[in-house]
Design a protein around this ligand. Sequence first.
Ligand code: SAM
Ligand code: SF4
Length: 348
Amino acid sequence: MTPVPPNATLSLPGPQLVDAFGRRLHYLRLSITDLCNLRCLYCMPSEGIAKLEQWEVLSLEELARVARVAVGLGVDKIRLTGGEPLLRRGLDKLLAELDAIRPRPDLRLTTNGLLLAEKLPLLIRYGISTVNVSLDSLRPERYARVTGLGAPDGGRALERVWRGVEAALASGALTVKLNVVALGGLNDDEIGDFARLTLERPLAVRFIEYMPVGRHTPFQPQRFLPAAEVLKSLKQLGELETLPHRPGDGPAQRFRLAGARGELGVISALSSHFCAQCNRLRLSAEGLLVPCLFSEAALDLRPLLRGGASDQELAQALLQAAQAKPQGHHQGPASLHVAGCQMSRLGG
Ligand code: SAM
Ligand code: SF4
């Protein structure tokens, strides 16, 4: 971590981000680009989607400013996402600015891992505590299909991602998690292979339910695999110890295979809602503050950021967005209508 610069936010007692239902929102997900080097079938339409113009995307300074103001309102955890966040030009400058915020938030990042080995020293230098790597298959031909890369690029890409994961684990400097979207008829026969990765490695593998989000991406209901099915497959592997929920764990139910160094998690956004515990706000790459992943309601911060608003006015806007957070979403396995903003702009 770097020393505190003179303009860093100090811990001043003041209003905190609390929504109309009493939930404290202390976790901000910052999407720092809409660009991506993959076309995952559940995230982007295969024909691609319109890129944001450069002027539309928040600048590094604007992103850091929103983060600073949010920390002043009690945010203590910030996740960088995208699009693919490791593609963002000037990532080093952004990380330096985020690292200088006081009180220092816990900084995390979600990536597809393609550039992880290359960018790892940067992530370590600026104290990223946890990196979540999205990886849906360990088999080259399937990885190529899920990511839209096709063969032979898919196979080479999978090797690159895996090199990044191994390098991150070997560094011992950050927690490494694998995010696996469970896809019926596509990777459901790999649940055991993924789970066994945790036997020898201090890796957290988390299976995530496929969600009908991002209205530009056709949802394939036949691929929806409830978390309960994933759990059933995990239980077939042997004794599964349930791990206690710790503050800050988020929505994953956690487990460990007997004797494993790592752990397993199951995240069931659809089949059982965790809205009552939701503590998140999201900022899209173009500056929309989004209180719920499954709702298109959003507050556009860009006009404020570019229109001379003071930090206090920006803070007011964040407090207003917190108040607009819905009590819960109404998606469930039986009502799979596609909702919410484009995932590759919002970051999941
Ligand atoms: N590109 C980075 C990555 O893939 O990790 C960060 C952005 S991506 C939008 C963030 C997360 O959203 C990924 O873990 C991805 O698997 C997840 N995601 C995207 N679309 C999804 C969907 N329809 N259902 C469930 N998870 C989804
Ligand atoms: Fe895949 Fe992430 Fe890119 Fe979406 S943003 S296509 S999930 S790598």
